[in-house]
Design a protein around this ligand. Sequence first.
Ligand code: GUN
Ligand code: FE
Length: 421
Amino acid sequence: MSTIILKGNIIHTPSRTHFECIPHGYLVSENNQIQGIYTELPEQYKNIPVQDYKDRLIIPGLCDMHVHAPQFVYRGLGLDLQLMDWLNHYAFPTEARFQDLSYARIYYEAFADAMAKNGTSRAVIFGTLHAPATELLMEILEQKKIAAYVGKINMDTLSPDYLCETPEGSLAATEQWILDTKDRFHYVQPAITPRFIPTCSSEVLKGLGELASKYDLHIHSHISEDLGEMGIVRERYPQYDNDGEVYDHFGLLNDKTVMAHFIYPTDRELELMKQRGVTIAHCPQSNGNVAAGIPPIRRMLDMGIKVGLGSDIAGGYSICILRAMADAVYLSKLKWLESKKQDSFLTIPEVFYLGTKGGGQFFGKVGSFEPGYELDAMVVDDSSLGTPADCLTLEERIERVIHLADDRNFTARYVAGEAAL
Ligand code: GUN
Ligand code: FE
């Protein structure tokens, strides 16, 4: 039996409303199942070595629910453009380069290292349409112990010639890649990943729905992100009221689906997401950068729709989900103002919950330190933030880490019950 005992200032959010903080507590996991948090170590664990992180903070691993690995190359560029121009000028030409495996290796290694350094234990990731590079990305993530659903993406229409598949080619390559990668890794699984409705023909969307069901796979895409994108979808599918109904028609909405953005949902579409058990990846930094809009996250939470946070590299330039937490609060305040102070803004415990347990539910019992959860834990050193720790409560210390964090802060990581640094 593998028992891990971590000691330190333990912080997590079993519920959305408040932090649970245990100063100088013991977090005990046996075979990747959390047994409990204790202020005194129970007798039965007395002979087991304790990893003592002293005054550091121990938080659940962060979950990045929507990120484009190839776009790590050009993060921070083109952020004065709107979505469709940004895709044409930056995303598509960069992604085309991943046909070259030696190029892919350099940037996928850098991407995975950055995720690990920034406290992410789990992620849902877009690759490119190239199966070999996507398989390489999966190998690199496995090696670096980042638990992930990864997608070879599909694009067979309204895409540049140099980055466009045929419908048959797209589906055949996807099925072969599924056969090559499904259940091959411990931490990483393939996910069905249509880029978004505009770049996928009906034939491909239908085929992807069938593959998802045949191989029982998770599904990842973009939904109702931008008025330009949505206009294309309404024109192509006038019989449907919204993006959600199109995905649903092709069998792509269920409780194994994560959809990024959802900025302009209709009432019917909100109801559909709830009924199907879809998780929404809220990517606040990207929503502002590509001038897409502000999603009604408060409304989604009030309805009981599942929500997590995403970096959406490179619509977002920061890969750190702590930064996504800070941005989620900020953007929700703009929504509060925009709604004439009707949609109350998100609180600090709420965004912490979204970035850990909210996204974590997509992976099983992940993102919290409650008994029975998997052990994903990050150790944070906040001593560089300049205020003596004894002046602040643990709630205040994590709030400052959320707002002022950078990669110096993470000093140890555990993913699925194993040390991973
Ligand atoms: N919609 C289709 N492709 C993309 C992409 O690469 N990033 C974002 N943010 N939205 C998209
Ligand atoms: Fe995206």
